[in-house]
Design a protein around this ligand. Structure first.
Ligand code: DX5
Ligand code: ZN
Length: 219
């Protein structure tokens, strides 16, 4: 029997024009985006500040797409409930930031959201091995988090491969975030990635439908 492998594209709003966020959201939704990726930064875990639950809630009202909230914050446990209430589909926290990762993953799921864990480029897959049986998603950072428009860090591909091998036994999806372009998305997909976050590759193009179609065709 043929199994259909779903590959999803999640535009990162970090590269959108925040002065017209609702329009940008509408454009990428119409352009064929599968998920919307919202980068939450606290100026502490990462050297940048972005948005909080208020913006997540506002975005939620302007789209039917699942809202993929990536929490790059030092105390994710303080924010999980707020993002769940704001209407997040998926809440991803960093393994480097959560003191009790197992507990926080369970809490996200209790609140009715999908739970993701993310690892920075310097963090080994072994650090999240014990939560792989319970997570819904593993987000592999392929740049050091904090900014859009950075270059893809090649060695992170082997982490995707390792996760893909481990995935057989579990149910999680693999997501990649940072430096995804039409020239590397094929290799990333082959390594076993399911969800591709792309900021500048989509929002720097005037024609978002063409940008998304180009990425999809290269998968
Ligand atoms: C980086 C963010 C990414 C970023 C991706 O800290 O988590 O989501 O916006 O942007 P590009 O695709 O431009 O690397
Ligand atoms: Zn992100």
């Amino acid at each position: 029997m043929l199994s259909v492998i779903m590959k999803l594209i999640a535009p990162s709003l970090l590269s959108a024009d925040f002065s017209k966020l609702a329009l940008e959201v509408g454009e990428v939704e119409a352009a064929g985006a599968d998920w919307l990726h919202l980068d939450v930064m606290d100026g502490h875990f990462v050297p940048n500040l972005t948005v909080g639950p208020l913006v997540a809630e506002a975005v939620r009202k302007h789209t039917k797409l699942p809202l993929d909230c990536h929490l790059m914050v030092s105390r994710p446990e303080d924010w999980i409930e707020h993002f769940a209430k704001a209407g997040a589909h998926c809440i991803t926290i960093h393994a480097e930031a959560a003191k009790h990762l197992h507990r926080q993953v369970a809490r996200i799921q209790e609140l009715g959201c999908k739970a993701g864990v993310s690892i920075n480029p310097a963090t080994p897959v072994s650090q999240i091995e014990e939560v792989l049986p319970i997570v819904d998603l593993v987000l592999v950072m392929s740049v050091n988090p904090g900014f859009g428009g950075q270059k893809f860090i090649e060695p992170t591909l082997s982490k995707i491969e390792r996760l893909s091998q481990a995935k057989g036994k579990h149910k999680f999806l693999i997501e990649v975030d940072g430096g995804v372009t039409a020239s590397n998305i094929g290799r990333i997909s082959k390594a076993g990635c399911d969800i591709f976050v792309a900021g500048s590759a989509i929002f720097s193009e005037k024609d978002r439908a063409r940008a998304i179609a180009t990425l999809r065709a290269a998968i």
